[in-house]
Ligand binder design. Structure first.
Ligand code: UT7
Length: 329
């Protein structure tokens, strides 16, 4: 079947005003700015304050993407939101976004693939766009991770930040980033490497469980670290093989840890400027990380010179899940 070509028509992002610095964290847990910078590259992260929600971050990011795309919200055919921190379990946060954008009858759903959520969302959008079912799909990755971070655990709480990134993929007048390939995979054997102990239908929250922080994120950092470096390299190399007619123009990876990015870059023997990094200011924002980075990279001219070249988005996270997108910029 011939595929309807599509690419990026607009991007937008939004982070809450609240900032949590490493020094702020060192007043809450036994850590230091020096340790966090050395081990993660993170200097600060944005965090939602009382009254701010994941949907609010999404709506602002989506509005900015619409302005960038020079489109009216009414042109959107489908809304996909990737998040592990929806406003609430029911209804889908994407329906709140749909309503706030003034839309009716447009399908909207949330999906969850940990930090790989945005790449999974792009892969879902691709199926509708390549087949010509829809022309314009809004994919958002957003998190309020500070709401489920365990601020008694110095090994995980130092990582997480909040924010939202939105991309409008379109087969009508895309501007850049023609999506040529998507790959998504999972290994549920690693389901407990990053998880919440309670708060779902299996173990509903009780006062005792809440007092025990059972609704907070547990991560086995070392295991995640090794898995991430391995997958990072595999995903990029696979996209390069699939798109072997294109020279590599840049990589926008999940911002998990600066050392993970550097280790993968060393293994691939790539120059520093080939990988976009904003983890120093954003921290690890899970599903929001790739679209936040993608939008910032576009706005700051990081893609200048990448025209006609291969741009790879790649991510890896809870599930375990991983995936990549190969674009002709
Ligand atoms: O995206 C989804 C979740 N993301 C991740 O899971 C990220 C992947 N993993 C990582 O980024 C890193 O594994 C971490 C940043 C989480 C941890 O870094 P690490 O280099 O793997 O440290 P470690 O866990 O091996 O701990 C080394 C030492 C330990 O002390 P001892 O046992 O050697 O005395 C820890 O207790 O560092 C200690 N430590 C800290 N010290 C100061 C752990 N966290 C901290 C901290 N401040 N925040």
């Amino acid at each position: 079947m011939t595929r309807v070509p599509f690419g990026i028509r607009g991007t937008g992002s939004f982070v809450p005003e609240g900032v949590l610095t490493n020094d702020d964290l060192s007043k809450i847990v036994d850590t230091s700015d020096e340790w966090i910078v050395k081990r993660t590259g993170i200097r600060q992260r944005h965090v939602v304050r009382e009254g701010e929600t994941t949907s609010m971050l999404c709506i602002e990011a989506a509005k900015r993407a619409l302005v960038d795309a020079d489109m009216d919200a009414s042109e959107i055919d489908l809304i996909v939101l990737a998040t592990v921190t929806p406003d609430q379990h029911v209804p889908a946060t994407s329906c709140i976004i749909q309503h706030e954008l003034g839309l009716t009858n447009v399908p909207a759903f949330d999906m969850q693939a940990g930090c790989t959520g945005f790449v999974y969302g792009t892969s879902v959008a691709a199926q509708y766009l390549w087949t010509g079912t829809y022309k314009n799909v809004l994919v958002i990755g957003a998190e309020s991770l500070s709401r489920i971070a365990d601020y008694t655990d110095r090994g995980s709480s130092i990582l997480f930040g909040d924010g939202a990134g939105a991309v409008i993929y379109s087969s009508s007048a895309p501007r850049c980033g023609e999506v040529r390939s998507c790959s998504i995979e999972a290994d549920g054997g690693g389901y407990d490497v990053m998880h919440q102990r309670a708060g779902g239908a299996k173990i509903p929250l009780t006062h005792e469980l809440l007092d025990d922080y059972a609704d907070k994120l547990v991560i086995h950092g070392r295991q995640v670290y090794q898995f991430a470096v391995r997958k990072f390299v595999e995903l990029v190399q696979r996209e390069q093989e699939t798109n072997s007619d294109l020279e590599l123009g840049g990589i926008v990876p999940h911002q998990m840890n600066q050392r993970i990015i550097e280790a993968a870059r060393d293994r691939m023997d790539l120059p520093e400027e080939s990988i976009f990094v904003n983890i120093d200011r954003m921290g690890n924002t899970s599903a929001a990380s790739v679209p936040l980075a993608l939008d910032e990279a576009r706005r700051t001219g990081w893609f200048d010179g990448a025209d006609g070249k291969l741009v790879v988005l790649c991510s890896f996270g809870a599930g375990l899940t991983w995936g990549s997108v190969g674009m002709k910029w």
